[in-house]
Design a binder for this molecule. Structure first.
Ligand SMILES: Nc1ncnc2c1ncn2[C@@H]1O[C@H](COP(=O)(O)OP(=O)(O)OP(=O)(O)O)[C@@H](O)[C@H]1O
Length: 290
């Protein structure tokens, strides 16, 4: 069971946007941003993150060559702050998945650098990247990506088992009971609902206490209740367990659970927002989409 986020004042049955007006602050980089908006939006914990869990420098990704070349990332500089929940939004084809995949070591950039903490992923061999992903990152995908022949418990411990790491049983019990999976641990994915399968994927990501959890449309295949559960799980992981979470989403409601939203268009970061609300996200998105 996910607890109510401690510092966002959200309740389980109320979308965050309905409460967000009391704390909603929007950082605009446009020169025409209202002055009070800028002053309001820079308290200690909302300024640009000082400690980056991951960062990209001049990240450039081109698919194809010549006439068919597509620039998916156009020299992106971005930081994902430690112990923050960041959502990446933008129109279809704006480069969201490419950004996340290159930062998570799932895809290589054409040029530029990606750092996880102080580790530069650029130029790492496949084997090194594979171990780094396994040892230091957690993943939640839209399609759950569970192994069908393994039980929920086996799926949750699989990355640790492969890495030869011992699973902290107390933490495993805490995570699985918090996520309402305690009496589903012997079930295989086909015997679980979509929401339960995604909670298993969340538990799998949380159990090894990775440096960052990356979610690629983690609520994209879920109904509204299951989406809320997953978003609250991620919110709680940040608020109570000091996790760092980065998700790609098309859903303004999902993004409104984040501390910060970055907006991409045509492979560039075009805006960002701290303490987002659904209304402000939708407004910004409609500005970007024209
Ligand atoms: N493997 C590939 N080969 C060629 N072009 C690609 C490839 N993957 C992505 N692209 C192109 O790169 C650009 C960015 O794609 P990306 O998937 O990162 O966008 P996105 O914002 O995640 O889109 P969506 O919201 O539709 O998932 C798009 O123009 C896309 O067509």
């Amino acid at each position: 069971m996910a607890s109510t986020p401690s510092n966002r004042s959200q309740s389980a049955d109320q979308p965050p946007a309905e409460q967000a007006s009391s704390y909603g602050r929007h950082v605009l980089h446009n020169d025409d941003a209202p002055q009070e908006s800028i002053q309001e939006s820079t308290p200690e914990n909302h300024s640009t993150p000082r400690v980056a869990a991951a960062r990209a420098q001049q990240l450039f990704k081109q698919y194809g060559e010549g006439d068919t070349a597509v620039i998916a990332l156009d020299h992106v500089d971005v930081e994902f702050g430690k112990n923050q929940f960041t959502a990446i939004m933008g129109p279809s084809g704006s480069g969201k998945s490419t950004l996340m995949h290159t930062m998570a070591g799932l895809d290589a950039a054409t040029s530029g650098d990606v750092f996880l903490g102080d580790t530069n992923l650029t130029g790492m061999k496949d084997k090194e990247i594979t171990s780094l992903r396994r040892d230091r990152l957690g993943f939640i995908f839209q399609s759950f990506n569970l192994v069908p022949t393994l039980t929920a418990a086996e799926n949750i411990t699989l990355p640790s088992d492969i890495a030869g790491n011992t699973v902290d049983q107390e933490w495993f019990d805490e995570v699985t009971s918090r996520l309402g999976l305690a009496n589903r641990l012997d079930h295989r994915p086909a015997e679980l609902s979509g929401g339960q399968q995604q909670r298993v994927a969340c538990a799998r990501a949380l159990v090894s206490r990775p440096e960052i959890i990356f979610g690629d449309e983690p609520t994209g295949n879920l109904d509204s209740n299951s989406s809320t559960e997953v978003l609250q799980i991620l919110r709680t992981a940040v608020d109570e367990d000091n996790q760092t979470v980065v998700i790609v989403t098309h859903d303004a409601r999902a993004a409104s659970y984040a501390d910060r939203v970055i907006f991409l268009a045509d492979g560039r970061v075009v805006d960002e927002m701290y303490d987002p609300t659904m209304d402000k996200i939708l407004q910004t998105m409609s500005g970007i989409e024209g």
